[in-house]
Design a protein around this ligand. Structure first.
Ligand code: ATP
Length: 244
């Protein structure tokens, strides 16, 4: 499915976030960097270590990679919960339908099921499912805003995010930030969960404890800075792409 607003899966604000993403991806070079890969490995280990992991689904991620979200949920044991900034009529149901069409058996957070409230979050996103985000210890919250991440961290939850903007409030607050395009991240995250599935707890804990969020953010900014520097020197985008 493409990003469009006709079927209610994506909200208008989601289109703006998508456009911002494209600009950052251009600067990054439209590739998964070494440090993004480190973050993906740490995220896989954190999901496998969790007692009650949840994948939080908004309209953009449901439109971009619904099949992979369901697959990640199946192989990691994490629940799927729809959680939206804009809970306009019909949107939750539209996203629920997309996930179910891609094989999801259970989708949390739809309608009255989102009966718990998180005081640390302002906006419709404070409404969560008591069986999902409310009791989760690890929440995967890709393509989100900083308030939500900050609220979840304040509640004591571990937060994993995907965001191409290495300066966003989200990536600063999250425990593990993957600075990469969501559509490139999902297949890599699935294969890392598969690869690490049989490793023991001590090994997984070591991967998570060795991870530094500030280091991956600094690396992402350096990749962007160096690439822009080279672009500015050469001035010809096509030549740079073939020589890098
Ligand atoms: P913050 O409050 O964290 O500073 P924000 O107000 O910019 O963030 P949103 O408007 O919700 O938050 O933006 C969501 C973020 O998701 C943006 O930073 C955007 O770059 C990022 N994003 C959008 N699409 C993708 C994608 N496909 N892959 C990775 N990141 C994406």
């Amino acid at each position: 499915m493409t990003i469009n607003i006709e079927n209610k899966v994506v909200a208008l604000a989601g289109l703006i976030a998508h456009g911002r993403e494209e600009a950052f991806d251009y600067i990054l070079g439209e590739n998964t960097t070494k440090s993004a890969m480190e973050a993906i490995t740490a995220a896989a280990a954190m999901l496998l270590l969790a007692d009650h992991p949840i994948l939080s689904v908004n309209g953009n991620v449901a439109a971009l990679s619904p099949g992979e979200l369901v697959e990640l949920s199946n192989i990691s044991g994490a629940g799927l919960e729809v959680n939206l900034f804009h809970r306009q009529p019909g949107r939750e149901e539209a996203i629920d339908k997309v996930l179910r069409m891609n094989g999801a058996k259970t989708v949390l957070g739809i309608g009255a099921a989102a009966s718990a409230r998180i005081d640390e979050i302002y906006s419709d996103r404070r409404r969560v499912d008591p069986k999902g985000i409310f009791k989760a210890d690890v929440v995967f919250v890709p393509l989100e805003d900083g308030d939500r991440t900050e609220g979840l961290v304040k509640m004591g939850k571990k937060v994993i995010t995907v965001d191409l903007n290495p300066m966003s409030r989200t990536v600063q607050f999250a425990n593990i930030s993957i600075v990469d395009n969501f559509i490139r991240v999902m297949p890599l995250l699935i294969s890392e969960v598969e690869r690490l599935q049989k490793r023991d707890k001590v090994e997984l804990e070591k991967i998570v404890s060795m991870f530094s969020n500030s280091k991956v953010l600094s690396d992402a900014m350096n990749v962007m800075k160096n690439r822009l520097g080279k672009l500015a020197e050469i001035g010809v985008f096509v030549e740079l792409n073939t020589s890098m």
